[in-house]
Ligand binder design. Structure first.
Ligand SMILES: Nc1ncnc2c1ncn2[C@@H]1O[C@H](COP(=O)(O)OP(=O)(O)OP(=O)(O)O)[C@@H](O)[C@H]1O
Length: 249
């Protein structure tokens, strides 16, 4: 008869696996330039990876490899030809490829944030309003949203005199920091960061590194492009080579 030895449940019980917050499978992307004789530009084929809560995956590859294009596909700005992008949204995996716009917007409002390389400046909209907007869209009271936006702009060294101004006349680094404040204020569970420190000096770069580390500590899953080696080393845990089919360790 088989002998059964009882062991305390806590000694070797495996930890429950954390489900991926973002799961990408078999993604193909090419552009067709219809206005230029239908030229086809292949970007990547079979892209796939997973990112879990508290993890930061960095995208690697030479200039033109398709890193920004991949982030834009993940955010739903670009369509893909094939593949699957699943985001864990309100506790359930949601397929974004082929999803109706209403669903994509709901995922963006609650779950998926994107810090693009450049701020999309809207004429006459004050910086503080741009930063508050993601919280207001979620139904946070205006007073609370304003207080959080002010705290974040102050942390990012944007002088209070600039808060009421539209950022069209701001320096590149100031615009980037307003963009970062807007991207971080809503504490999205999944964040896509496209060179968030590209125009920043060393002090502000350190502040952004700290913001990213805080986001990871609260459990955000992050996919980022960081050309700066120091930033990559400070926040990245794994890297994925765009254009190849397997994640590099
Ligand atoms: N909207 C677009 N229409 C047509 N081609 C595009 C478009 N966006 C990007 N591309 C092309 O896709 C390829 C990948 O561009 P992408 O900007 O994603 O590269 P990258 O890896 O982010 O580069 P970098 O490191 O220089 O920012 C390039 O050949 C680019 O010309």
């Amino acid at each position: 008869m088989e002998q059964c030895i009882a062991r305390p449940a806590t000694a070797t019980a495996p930890l429950p696996a954390r489900p991926p917050m973002l799961e990408v499978r078999g993604l193909d992307k090419h552009f067709i330039l219809h206005m230029q004789g239908g030229v086809r530009i292949p970007v990547f084929e079979g892209a796939g990876f997973e990112v879990r809560a508290g993890e930061c995956l960095t995208l690697a590859g030479p200039s033109g490899a398709g890193k920004s294009t991949l982030l834009r596909c993940l955010y739903g700005n670009y369509l893909v030809q094939r593949g699957s992008i699943r985001v864990r949204h309100r506790g359930e995996p949601v397929e974004l490829v082929g999803a109706p716009a209403r669903r994509v917007l709901d995922v963006r409002r609650a779950t998926l944030g994107h810090v693009s390389q450049f701020l999309r400046v809207i004429p006459r909209v004050a910086s503080i309003d741009l930063v508050m907007e993601p919280l207001l869209a979620r139904g946070v009271a205006a007073d609370e949203a304003r207080a959080r936006a002010e705290a974040l702009l102050a942390r990012l060294n944007i002088p209070p005199a600039l808060w009421a101004l539209a950022p069209a006349t701001f320096s590149g680094g100031e615009q980037q920091r307003v963009n970062i404040a807007r991207g971080f204020i809503a504490e999205y569970p999944v964040m896509l960061l496209d060179e968030p420190t590209a125009s920043l000096d060393a002090d502000n770069r350190s502040i952004v590194i700290q913001l990213i580390q805080d986001a990871l500590a609260r459990g955000a899953a992050i996919v980022g492009i960081f050309h700066d080696e120091e930033v990559r080393a400070a926040v990245g845990q794994r890297s994925y080579a765009v254009g190849h089919t397997e994640a590099a360790a």
